[in-house]
Design a binder for this molecule. Sequence first.
Ligand SMILES: Nc1ncnc2c1ncn2[C@@H]1O[C@H](COP(=O)(O)OP(=O)(O)OP(=O)(O)O)[C@@H](O)[C@H]1O
Ligand SMILES: [Mg+2]
Length: 241
Amino acid sequence: MDQIIKVERLSKAYHKLGKKSVVAVNNISFEVTQGEVFGFLGPNGAGKTTTLLLMLGFLKPDAGEIRLFDREVDDMEIRSKIGYVPENPAFHKYLTGEELLSFHAELYGMNKEQRDKTVPEMLKKVGLEDAKGRKVSTYSRGMLQRLSLGQALLNAPEILFLDEPALGLDPIGIVDVRNIILEIQQQGKTVFLNSHQLSEVEKVCTRVAFMKQAKLIETYKVNELKESLEDLFVRIIGQGK
Ligand SMILES: Nc1ncnc2c1ncn2[C@@H]1O[C@H](COP(=O)(O)OP(=O)(O)OP(=O)(O)O)[C@@H](O)[C@H]1O
Ligand SMILES: [Mg+2]
């Protein structure tokens, strides 16, 4: 199977004038195979979002290398194969949900006919059909999260990067996200999931990696675990605390 994500000896520190630098990612290496749902776990501040932003090319590494589909992360062709749900989604609030997805579909190069087909399908998939005519500024936290997921899926990405996708979702929304992830995996696509929701991670992920204080501690195959993910998390991350 192809290694669709390759991260080698990656490091990143944040520098602020007059303040001590924060090492967010410290010499981490891992690979993700096509078709995996890869869970990236660890406590607050461990470096998960920073790693994701580096993989998306939004941040530049201080050291190390990232390859997506064996190409550089800022390769335009690669970017068109990626979907991303950020930790804190922000949108043009004056648009309605439907207009916003249509706007993004246009950015992805879809013509009117394609947009008229894809956008309603996506609104249905993420459960926003009833709210499609409302301005995004009136959306609740969970509705924004759903919209963000819809936007990330519009271009049928080969790799979907999710940073806490279930944050703020109601139980139905959590199940929706779970089913969307599983559906994407069934299509042979790859998901990279940052999450604290271990019960969900256990249900969807094939493999998990643990980050702690900027370092990657260990990776595990989920179906080989001899204990619950929560117990493993407490054992691994709780050590030395
Ligand atoms: N823009 C920034 N400027 C300075 N420091 C930052 C910045 N973003 C993150 N950090 C620091 O880098 C470290 C890693 O943060 P990061 O957001 O990657 O963690 P995380 O694992 O995603 O945490 P969480 O689970 O809370 O989302 C933390 O110490 C954080 O304070
Ligand atoms: Mg984060």
